[in-house]
Design a protein around this ligand. Structure first.
Ligand SMILES: [Zn+2]
Length: 122
């Protein structure tokens, strides 16, 4: 279960952002693609556990699930979906060029005075 180390990593980055602005973090959003192998439910659980007793305690984590986008090398069709074992929806080929779906990044950090910092992405 590597979600704990990922959550710890996200917490570390967000703590830095909050300190830079001298504000409390209220919430954050991370974008996760299916190819990142992160299970959103487990990351949510890990988040609550990791922030407990830290200066981020009480902050909410929103997880945006990004679909895989894959282009078929056989027929050129584009398939989107959440299954890491994606197949071309047009011809069934598994010979695909994955164009997105590896995302694992912080896309939003909401600080206590209402200021949003969208440049928190690693
Ligand atoms: Zn195809």
């Amino acid at each position: 279960m590597h979600e704990f180390s990922i959550a710890a990593n996200i917490v570390r980055k967000l703590t830095e952002v909050a300190r830079q602005h001298d504000r409390k973090l209220l919430g954050a959003t991370v974008a996760i693609g299916p190819m990142s192998t992160v299970v959103p439910e487990l990351l949510s659980e890990a988040w609550k556990y990791v922030i407990k007793g830290t200066e981020l305690d009480g902050a909410t984590l929103q997880i945006d699930r990004i679909p895989i986008r894959a282009r078929c090398r056989e027929c050129g069709a584009v398939t989107e979906g959440y299954d890491p074992f994606v197949k071309c929806q047009a011809c069934g080929s598994m010979n695909l060029q994955i164009e997105s779906g590896f995302e694992l990044q912080i896309t939003r950090a909401e600080l206590a005075d209402g200021a949003e910092n969208t440049s928190a992405a690693p």
